[in-house]
Design a protein around this ligand. Sequence first.
Ligand code: ADP
Ligand code: X2W
Length: 304
Amino acid sequence: MPLTRKDALVFTGVLSEALPYIQKFAGKVLVVKYGGNAMTDDTLQDSFARDMVLLKTVGIHPVVVHGGGPQIGDLLKRLNIESEFVNGMRVTTEETMDVVEMVLGGLVNKQIVNLINQNGGRAAGVTGKDGATIRAKRMKVRKMSPDLQSSEIIDIGHVGEVEHIDPSLINLMLENDIIPVVAPIGVGKDGTSYNINADLVAGKLAESMQAEKLILLTNISGVQDKAGNVLTGLSTEEVDALIADGTIYGGMLPKIACALDAVKAGVHSAHIIDGRVAHATLLEVFSNEGVGTLISNDRGDAPA
Ligand SMILES: Nc1ncnc2c1ncn2[C@@H]1O[C@H](COP(=O)(O)OP(=O)(O)O)[C@@H](O)[C@H]1O
Ligand SMILES: CC(=O)N[C@@H](CCC(=O)OP(=O)(O)O)C(=O)O
């Protein structure tokens, strides 16, 4: 449908306002983590894919890291395999690892690649095994006793933490104008597969590529306090206190940890934003209207 003159004026105004942001971020890398829970709605999936294509079209380089927790959970349920989480990490037996690899490296990865391609982009998918991009090692997890008086290190199987990232394959894709779509599976020195929380992979990838931004799209409006207010500009000390009093728990734990780590390691800013809002990424990158939790160094985020 053609735009009315009024709509066209609003539209051109918006485009013009985006110009300084486009100029500021052209040529820069944005690592965008697309969360499993924000992936479940068809319209939103489309809007996400269009955002990635638009960023690429204006010369910004998105690198997508995806999750797929709910999708793994669905298949495990259909296969009658029990699954539990400790500190936001899925306990991963050998049998579970096979399912994780099938769902993340197969189904979910190709679905996102396909969506981006359908929207006019050129995407290609890899897991951390391809090009030995994500070298991982077994994660040690400390579990608190229910009375919070003691803790013990427990084994949660094939759950990995990132030991090293080799971004050369991803850089090769960027040089060829391909949008990389990365599944969070790592490989050990001995070839063992590791299931890695997607937020952690996104954070480490952003660090290793010295990305301009780390954007974590999720299913909530940001990090909230107990009253439901969105918190922004959090320091490490504030986050520690929010974890200690139980305000931050579960799936938000790896998100906030990797956001803080990434910014400390040179990524300009980390954004935990609401993936349930259409075009959330564009709103965050191209305007001051970004909503959610922003953690940044002191350089300021708006264009000069
Ligand atoms: N302080 C907090 N603020 C917001 N969400 C929180 C907080 N603490 C825990 N959460 C939980 O973390 C969830 C986001 O993590 P997760 O479900 O793993 O998302 P994703 O699938 O996007 O990775 C929220 O839906 C919420 O239930
Ligand atoms: C170790 C661990 O928990 N891995 C995650 C990997 C997928 C993921 O991180 O998905 P979301 O981003 O959708 O939560 C899992 O098995 O669910």
